[in-house]
Design a protein around this ligand. Sequence first.
Ligand SMILES: [Zn+2]
Length: 286
Amino acid sequence: MRNQHQRSMPKRRVYHCCLLLLAAAPLAAQKLPLGANPEGKRLLIIQSHHDDHTWEFGFGGFIARLTRSGYEAWYVRTTNDEKDSGIGWGRGDQINHKESVEATRHLGIKEVISLNWRNDHMDSVPMNEVRAHYILLIRKLRPDVLMTWNPWGHYDRNPDHRKVARAAGEAAWMAGLANVHPEHLAAGLKPHRVPYVYYSQRSDYGRGQVPNIAIELSAEDVRRKEAAFHAHQNVRRGSPKDAMDKASRETGEQHGVRYAEVFYFRDEWSHLPGLAPLLEESVVKR
Ligand SMILES: [Zn+2]
């Protein structure tokens, strides 16, 4: 029995390894088209926690690039991220908020809007209520670009990320429907559908996020992203000094430029006949 087992195992192992290599090869080789800055001047970033906009899975460099080009930007910190530290919940919340303001300043963001729902308790807040807050903010700030977690990135195991992603993804287009929350219209706001949406997600949990566009970053964008990353000392003390430079460089190398971040991009006008090719031409460089 022992000999038989030993003879058969190596064959099976080779077979499975080949399958894995075949599955991984096209992903590693795939070079994404480079994105241009979309037309516009207002950027809204909706996230779960104080630090979700600047880390190795994207956002920070592209935020720096857009504000450098003249965009105004707002950051929504949906929870109080009280558990994201080792210094007690109350102090963790306060310090994380302070560091979030400092990090966003490095990226040229003008304001942090804290909604302050409890960290890890987003599932107890009705989806309609979370979405209503985002719809109100979208109608008030009227962004041309929205960045948030990927609502279809099923493998994110953080419950706050999943809830925020879904509510924000729904709000991006529902904010444009006059019959949705008509009380906002009575208060003087107008419907507004966000034209351009960029999603990202941590990819180390699985393959939920499949990016379709790469955004080239300048050295200055990466420097600002690095500064924003390290501003979150409460959770990132001891991180390598070049953490963001390294992550952006590795992504850039995969897509033929020095530095990059990748996103799942969609435009919210693509349902209109004949407009999609025109829009694609204006936001994708071949
Ligand atoms: Zn987070």
